[in-house]
Ligand binder design. Structure first.
Ligand SMILES: *Cc1c(COP(=O)(O)O)cnc(C)c1O
Length: 411
């Protein structure tokens, strides 16, 4: 396997050293092949909000698997999961299941282009929306210049349809709309997780919503990470913004491969077979993935889950910030609900430019010091950490104690 991994960030290039090979996981912990157990704040990059190897999910999966793992034909479980999503996510009336977040965003963009008859797409620097060609694009030299491929293999002729602007920068977005009349959609992580956790500033999402509506462009909320994470109804519930299309993934699959995209009935009816915009999937809606998702979403109906996650995550982040300060290490900790990042910088982190000021070398040292303490953080400064309902106060206290020693070792 290239780099020994099936997804690049796992290779530890962001922190140096050799990745752990994980043999098993339970609740808030993961155990490597050497038998060492770590408190886990990666949570498979977001899905494991109930913790690892949840007993109810495992039992449900075993029962369902005995009846067959994929039919390639409609089944009741996919309808049940669709109903849970429609009931929970304010802007979704109709939804299509896919198998990953990447598929969800790729399909959402095709839908937006198909219905608007426009090609251009606006994204924000530092936001990640999966690895589809249109989304692996970096900013050109000016604010409103055409995009450049961010990876060999992405045709320049395709990248030029993607415009990239800074997050939390209303003026830059307005400028792009002033210069380009042919924008199909703006895609955004409403709370960014993929440059580390970066919340939207007051009024920013409202501005994006108003501007896109004014110009007849669709607003795509990529809630693959934030959906059922920052609130049951995702960031759109938390910030009360109604996007045109929402992309989901991670938590709605309960640890199995799933994605979904949805919106109003009128919009979604443009997808095949009711409409002309093509999108399909051999394993889409398979009973295993639907079951893990269903158990997860039903457990998350208990609103106290989100209160508990909020309290525990606040406890963790306050503890980490205090531990850093006591050791004289400068950090900025951003958090929304149970997603958070401690940036090794003293400049408030509001976009990619400021996130990028973080001291990656120091983060790498901190990461390894925490690993030695038995705490597994994201192997990159530019990723969010996640708290699950199995991260008890005792586990969090243990983490803060470990961080105190790790920060002191750095200082
Ligand atoms: C994880 C993620 C994706 C990609 O999902 P995959 O299942 O890895 O393809 C897209 N958008 C956001 C915001 C994500 O966090």
């Amino acid at each position: 396997m290239p780099g020994g991994v099936n997804s690049p960030v796992r290779a530890f290039r962001g922190v140096g050293g050799t990745p752990l090979f994980i043999r098993s996981a339970a609740g808030p912990t993961i155990t490597d092949v050497a038998g060492r157990t770590y408190i886990d704040y990666v949570g498979s990059w977001g899905p494991m909000i109930l913790g690892h190897a949840d007993a109810e999910i495992l039992a449900a999966l075993a029962a369902v698997a005995a009846s067959g793992t994929s039919f390639g034909a409609p089944n009741e479980l996919e309808v049940e999961l669709a109903e849970e999503i429609v009931a929970a996510v304010p802007s979704i009336e109709m939804v299509r299941m896919v198998n990953s977040g990447t598929e969800a965003t790729m399909s959402a963009i095709r839908l937006a282009r198909g219905v608007t008859g426009r090609d251009k797409l606006v994204k924000f620097a530092g936001c990640y929306h999966g690895h589809a060609d249109s989304l692996l694009v970096k900013a050109g030299s000016g604010v409103a210049t055409l995009g450049l491929p961010d990876s060999p293999g992405v045709p320049a002729s395709l990248a030029q349809h993607t415009l990239t602007v800074p997050f939390n920068d209303p003026a830059a977005l307005a400028e792009v709309f002033a210069e380009h009349p042919d924008i199909a959609a703006v895609i955004i992580e409403p709370v960014v997780g993929n440059m580390g956790c970066v919340p939207p500033q007051a009024g920013f999402l409202e501005f994006v919503r108003e501007l896109t509506a004014k110009h007849g462009a669709l607003l795509i909320f990529d809630e693959v990470m934030t959906g059922f994470r920052v609130a049951r109804g995702g960031a759109q519930e938390r910030y009360r913004i109604s996007p045109d299309i929402t992309c989901l993934g991670k938590i709605i699959g309960g640890g199995l491969p799933v994605g979904a995209y949805g919106g109003s009935r009128d919009l979604m009816r443009n997808i095949a077979p009711t409409g002309p915009i093509y999108q399909a999937g051999t394993l889409s809606g398979n009973p295993l993935a639907m079951t893990a998702g269903l158990v997860t979403l039903r457990r998350l109906k208990d609103r106290s889950v989100y209160e508990t996650l909020e309290q525990r995550s606040a406890l963790l982040c306050e503890g980490l910030a205090r531990a850093a300060e006591a050791a004289g290490i400068k950090t900025i900790t951003n958090r929304v609900g149970s997603m958070w990042t401690s940036f090794f910088t003293d400049v408030p982190v509001t976009n990619w430019e400021t996130a990028n000021l973080s001291n990656r070398e120091l983060y790498g040292k901190f990461f390894h010091a925490m690993l030695a303490e038995g705490v597994y953080l994201a192997p990159s400064q530019f990723e969010a950490g996640f708290v699950s309902i199995t991260h008890t106060v005792a586990i969090i206290d243990k983490t803060i104690e470990a961080a105190r020693r790790a920060f002191n070792a750095l200082a």
